[in-house]
Design a protein around this ligand. Structure first.
Ligand SMILES: NC(=O)c1ccc[n+]([C@@H]2O[C@H](COP(=O)([O-])OP(=O)(O)OC[C@H]3O[C@@H](n4cnc5c(N)ncnc54)[C@H](O)[C@@H]3O)[C@@H](O)[C@H]2O)c1
Ligand SMILES: Nc1ncnc2c1ncn2[C@@H]1O[C@H](COP(=O)(O)OP(=O)(O)OP(=O)(O)O)[C@@H](O)[C@H]1O
Length: 270
């Protein structure tokens, strides 16, 4: 198989583990390529995230490394995270479990698709989010006024610090901390969660991906749209953000770890 290795580049141990994994995989007869940032730190040649292609991408890091890799890949390749992070909710294997997985890799693996949301502003595509897009004020401690339209019908208007547009995968991340529900990732929907809404009745909404979802900024204040904590875009005054289900879902190696078991042991004891 053609395998690309990505390591977090802020941890020497993760880099050493990745170098050793590269040798083991080559000994098993696989073709191994390193991501450019990882390769540079190992004194080798590599390929940019955008040019990643092949059968499998192995990310040695935490959630940020997995999110960064998926966000930067131009064409989605199945991802397997080996947890070298604080939480690693999206990194299914612990380092001591990796050997058993790679020993049977030649027999292939199942792929789990995870929906992403695609964000466009005034017709220009900004990017796709696996966790969420968050719209916040550029200056701290200021509020924005939002308008939410579902299939062109005004659904809600409210003032808040910000608004999260999350996927089910992101429901265990920022959305969870913002008081949203844990959403089974087998459900496909847009989870809308206001951040500190200045209104008694503003509630999270779970909206079918079959609908047209639009969010308008109705204030004269500068705002930012941030995708998965990885990319930030300045929003013009009175911008209209259009949310659709991405045509390119993220792909994960199906390791068989039950989602709700992960919620229990990864998020209840942080
Ligand atoms: N208050 C919060 O909970 C909060 C605030 C900002 C960002 N975030 C999350 O951080 C993500 C970016 O991750 P990062 O590592 O680059 O930022 P980071 O280093 O600030 O870490 C944020 C934390 O969120 C966890 N996380 C990320 N995705 C997750 C998921 N799908 N399920 C469960 N936990 C998850 C990470 O493990 C990490 O501990 C954003 O997409 C956002 O979801 C959370
Ligand atoms: N190959 C890379 N090139 C550039 N930056 C990277 C690379 N790999 C990881 N990073 C960045 O390094 C940081 C590593 O954080 P990561 O989320 O992996 O670990 P963590 O925060 O300790 O774990 P968790 O997110 O699970 O709590 C992330 O911000 C990620 O964007």
């Amino acid at each position: 198989m053609k395998i690309v290795l990505v390591s977090r580049i802020d941890d020497e141990e993760a880099l050493r583990y990745t170098a050793s994994l590269a040798r083991d995989l080559e000994d098993l007869g696989h073709g191994v390529t390193l991501e450019e940032g990882t390769a540079q730190r190992l004194g080798r040649e590599g390929i940019p995230f955008e040019e990643i292609t092949g059968d499998l991408v192995v990310v040695v890091g935490g959630d940020g490394s997995v999110l960064l890799t998926i966000h930067q890949m131009r064409k989605q390749v199945p991802v397997l995270g080996i947890n070298w992070g604080e939480v690693g909710f999206l990194a299914d294997l612990e380092p001591d479990e990796a050997g058993a997985f790679f020993a049977t890799l030649k027999d292939g693996f199942r792929v789990e698709r995870r929906m992403r949301v695609s964000l466009s502003v005034d017709g220009k595509h900004l990017g796709d989010a696996l966790n969420e897009a968050v719209i916040v004020t550029e200056r701290p401690a200021k509020m924005l006024r939002f308008g939410v339209y579902v299939d062109g019908i005004p659904s809600e208007r409210f003032r808040a610090d910000g608004l999260l547009i999350s996927t089910p995968t992101g429901s265990t991340a920022y959305a969870m901390s913002a008081g949203g529900p844990i959403v089974d990732p087998q459900i496909e929907g847009f989870l809308l969660i206001p951040l500190a809404p200045y209104m008694l009745s503003s509630r999270p909404h779970l909206i079918s991906t079959g609908r047209i979802l639009e969010v308008t900024l109705e204030t004269e204040k500068p705002a930012h749209l941030v995708i998965d904590g990885q990319s930030t875009f300045e929003l013009e005054r009175e911008a209209k953000v259009t949310v659709t289900r991405s045509s390119e879902p993220a792909l994960f190696v199906h390791t068989g770890k039950p989602f709700f078991e992960k919620v229990n042991y990864k998020l209840r004891n942080l």
